[in-house]
Design a protein around this ligand. Sequence first.
Ligand SMILES: NC(=O)c1ccc[n+]([C@@H]2O[C@H](COP(=O)([O-])OP(=O)(O)OC[C@H]3O[C@@H](n4cnc5c(N)ncnc54)[C@H](O)[C@@H]3O)[C@@H](O)[C@H]2O)c1
Ligand SMILES: O=c1ccn([C@@H]2O[C@H](COP(=O)(O)OP(=O)(O)O[C@H]3O[C@H](CO)[C@@H](O)[C@H](O)[C@H]3O)[C@@H](O)[C@H]2O)c(=O)[nH]1
Length: 441
Amino acid sequence: MKVSVIGTGYVGLVTGACLADMGNDVVCLDIDARKIAILREGGIPIHEPGLDTLVQHNAQAGRLHFTTDAREAALHADIHFIAVGTPPDEDGSADMKYVLAAAREVGRHMNRYCVIVNKSTVPVGTAQKVRAAVAEELAARGADIRFSVVSNPEFLKEGAAIEDFMRPDRIVVGSDDEQATRIMRELYAPFERNTPKVLVMDIASAELTKYAANAMLATRISFMNEMALLAEVLGADIDAVRRGVGSDPRIGSHFLYAGCGYGGSCFPKDVAALSRAAGDAGISMGVLDAVEAANERQKELLIARIEARFGHDLGGRVFALWGLAFKPGTDDMREAPSQVVVRALVKRGATVRAYDPVATDEARRVLADVAGSVEYQSHAMDALKGADALVVVTEWKEFRSPDFDHIKSLLRKPIIFDGRNIFSPEAARQAGFEYTGIGRA
Ligand SMILES: NC(=O)c1ccc[n+]([C@@H]2O[C@H](COP(=O)([O-])OP(=O)(O)OC[C@H]3O[C@@H](n4cnc5c(N)ncnc54)[C@H](O)[C@@H]3O)[C@@H](O)[C@H]2O)c1
Ligand SMILES: O=c1ccn([C@@H]2O[C@H](COP(=O)(O)OP(=O)(O)O[C@H]3O[C@H](CO)[C@@H](O)[C@H](O)[C@H]3O)[C@@H](O)[C@H]2O)c(=O)[nH]1
């Protein structure tokens, strides 16, 4: 099928590459000429395992093209995916300006019936706004062309995006139009060879499903983070509690890991946007507000621990920081807890010696305001030299099998603050470390 993907960011690029790999003829559009130039030259602008090969393979096969020309994309496709950003507005609500601009581009140039698919995470009611924007553009040029708008939220996780897209748990399609539903079913038919995956529902329910899923996952994390604080005080171990709780199939074992808070481009903004939308609809969502508040507190936890150990004034101290990305497997720094930790350490006078396997360039850009006090290292061990303590913020695999003797020989003091509970407290203590995890006595 002929597809255009509007917005070649994280979701757009994964969607475009995967749909091309399934045999569709895909044009990816972006207003960012730099991104498109990188893609045309065979590079990719983000770090996502396997994505470079998938993009190159499909581009070479002639199924995946990149353009900044909205007209070219509009004329090419029968299905247009809108996958642009929906960042938080000043009041926390989702900013729809990119989605509506993308819709207008389609309306301005389309020349035949098409399905416009909203893949961006958008509040309930957006499909109607998209429809109105497209209709306005058609009317402005006196064109009488039929089109359908459907909602098809994306559930992929960064770091596992291709696997998530290609082996979905479910594909949610919100549609009130039989022709559009048929086209979407046909597009996703390759995923349904063994089990049905497409859940067709009304548009409002599809739009809300996306926010409800992210809010539920964020709630689990904040719940476990609060439980971790309690476990510490009561002398319990949150990791044992996690295993005990998660083995109940009604609860399940995923997304129960306590740590130094959730980050990323989705949970923080989507929880805030849902709470805001609920407020606008006259519903107060106390649970969601508590989820947010608990996460803000959790991101400050490592600093509180460091202060309790070293005092408020950290002038002259050096901290080794392992992990900058908001989670392993990505170079994404959006809302990363590391940003809170680094800025707080620097504010108190410390120097940060940071290492991340892939996010250093992104971190340099995002943390430019504290550049003078952050030294980026190319190897994990180099970050430790002469540091007062090791602070673990992201649980990259390469940190998981530590040579404690080596770490100890490089640090000025054998102290570890483990913000992701990746080390065994017993092993660390046996090796002579002062070890502090999250929710572990
Ligand atoms: N990142 C994720 O893991 C993820 C997962 C599921 C859903 N989502 C949702 O998907 C949407 C996109 O997220 P993302 O992380 O891919 O965003 P992103 O910021 O990485 O990319 C958005 C892209 O859209 C482009 N763009 C903006 N306006 C445009 C226009 N009018 N025409 C063409 N291109 C335009 C931007 O230049 C940018 O490259 C958001 O609503 C997000 O909440 C994200
Ligand atoms: O048990 C856990 C699991 C995750 N996290 C943190 O939660 C954040 C988000 O992690 P994850 O959900 O794996 O990453 P995202 O790529 O942001 O994916 C989420 O957000 C996407 C965008 O909406 C959705 O599509 C995905 O389904 C949803 O998992 C990260 O900071 C993790 O460190 C925890 O603290 N504990």
